[in-house]
Design a protein around this ligand. Structure first.
Ligand code: EPU
Length: 424
């Protein structure tokens, strides 16, 4: 297993291109199960999680090929041929490595009227139940049986239903929206998740012929259709990757431009960077982080979109560890998302945690050390801290970063960071 080695202290400089969004690409690839034929997906990021979902669908008979660049589209498409389904099972071995595998449940029951999907179980950031996915499917007429760690789902044709989410859930909304596209009648999803990735999936479903109203609002109305057709689609860019590079630039006091930045999706995040004294200029898909000014502690509270994303909490905490004054961080989405705290402390950060509150008291300098993390965003926060720490930081368990950051070492090296990957 590889590790990342960083010699900290170099201000980043230059331009970095933001990749396609992991959390949009995953449901969109799952959605290809809904319509037999060849889909063409652009801007699919090269990530371990994408390879995992491809393996999952390949087990079901879906064939993936790299296409050739063509027409007005930038880059080469991923061709997804989903004509034949040979299995409706998502096995434990794959679901346990990536919870988002549960996104095949909705499309499978909609198309094949049956599915057998391993229950994901807990993960490094909390319990993460899927009760709301299952309750919604039951309301649509799906019989759910839990057996030997698997969700077994069976249905005749799905029926439209009115469904209220007690808590807005991103993948829950996505699963039910996908299922509803082929249901008989109208489905209304209330208190639906507002995350932009849900909207991106809705737009792909519409490109396939789905009838969906209320996109980017918390009430989605889906009129079921008899069939969907394969589609060509360009996946949105990754707001969390953009926010992560923003934190990396700010902590090193560098000047970095993010190209292809999803500015409209970063309002809350950019607002907090600005409040902390980071100078940002955003225009026409480009955000430039300028050095200068004193970094000061600000409070953040994670919240569903359009609030401050839980997926940026760890990276922002790393930045706050070098701010002037204190910062209070409140994590409201996941119960166990402070696994990075004890590792940031190993680098010299002054952080104390009580329940879901973390108090970060800014210090003058972090010191490099070997660290490891148990999830993707926690690992990203350690890389950010390592970029500013004196001496050498080694981030172990690189596979977490491979899950969600496209070419991280290459992108940071191109910005001047002294960073390399080597066998641990
Ligand atoms: N929840 C339930 N019951 C459910 C579903 C969710 O109680 O049936 C609760 C969760 O326990 C949590 C809250 O609802 O407290 C929100 O969870 P949500 O379902 O929205 O999370 P998710 O869909 O499993 C997605 C992203 C996560 C991101 C969260 C929150 C994907 C593939 N994953 O997860 O991304 O943190 O939304 O925004 O879209 C990451 O990329 O690093 C990552 C973890």
């Amino acid at each position: 297993m590889d590790k990342i080695v960083i010699e900290g202290g170099v201000p980043l400089s230059g331009e970095v291109e933001i990749s396609g969004a992991k959390n949009a690409a995953l449901p969109i690839i799952a959605a290809t199960l809904l319509a037999p034929g060849e889909h063409r997906l652009y801007n699919v990021p090269p990530l371990a999680d994408i390879r995992t979902i491809k393996r999952l669908l390949a087990n079901m008979g879906v064939v993936f090929k790299d296409g050739e660049p063509e027409g007005a589209h930038a880059g080469a498409p991923l061709l997804v041929e989903s004509s034949e389904l040979t299995s409706v099972e998502a096995p434990y071995e794959l679901v346990k490595t990536m919870r988002a595998a549960v996104l095949v449940l909705g499309p499978l029951v909609a198309r094949a009227r049956q599915a057998r999907v391993s229950l994901p179980g807990g993960c490094a950031i909390g319990a993460r139940p899927i009760n709301l996915h299952l309750k919604g499917l039951e309301a649509m007429g799906v019989k759910i049986n839990l057996s030997q760690g698997y969700v077994e789902a069976n249905a005749r044709r799905l029926q439209g239903a009115e469904i209220y989410f007690e808590t807005p859930t991103v993948t829950g909304t996505e699963n039910l929206m996908m299922a509803a596209t082929l249901a008989k009648g109208t489905t209304v999803l209330k208190n639906a998740a507002l995350e932009p990735e849900v909207g991106d999936l809705a737009r792909f479903l519409i490109a396939m012929g789905a009838e969906i109203e209320g996109i980017d609002t918390d009430v989605l109305t889906i009129q079921g259709v008899k069939e969907l057709k394969p589609a060509t689609y360009r996946i949105m860019t990754d707001r969390i990757e953009a926010g992560t590079y923003m934190a990396a630039a700010a902590i090193t006091k560098g000047k970095v431009t993010l190209a292809n930045a999803p500015i409209a999706h970063l309002t809350a995040i950019m607002g907090k960077f600005t409040e902390a004294g980071v100078r940002l200029a955003a225009e026409a898909g480009r955000i430039t982080i300028h050095p200068g000014g004193t970094l000061t502690g600000v409070d953040i509270r994670t919240h569903p979109y359009p609030g401050f994303a839980t997926d940026m909490q760890a990276q922002f905490m790393a930045l706050m560890s070098l701010a002037k004054g204190a910062s209070i961080i409140t994590e409201t989405i996941f119960e166990n998302r402070y696994m990075h705290v004890s590792e940031l402390q190993r680098l010299g950060a002054d952080i104390s945690v009580t329940g879901n509150l973390a108090v970060v008291r800014g210090c003058k300098q972090l010191q490099g050390a070997p660290v490891m993390a148990t999830d993707l965003r926690a690992s990203a926060s350690l890389v950010i801290a390592g970029l500013a720490a004196a001496g050498e930081t080694q981030v172990l368990r690189v596979y977490h970063l491979d899950r969600g950051y496209a070419n991280l070492v290459e992108k940071l090296s191109a910005l001047g960071a002294r960073i390399r990957r080597e066998p641990a």
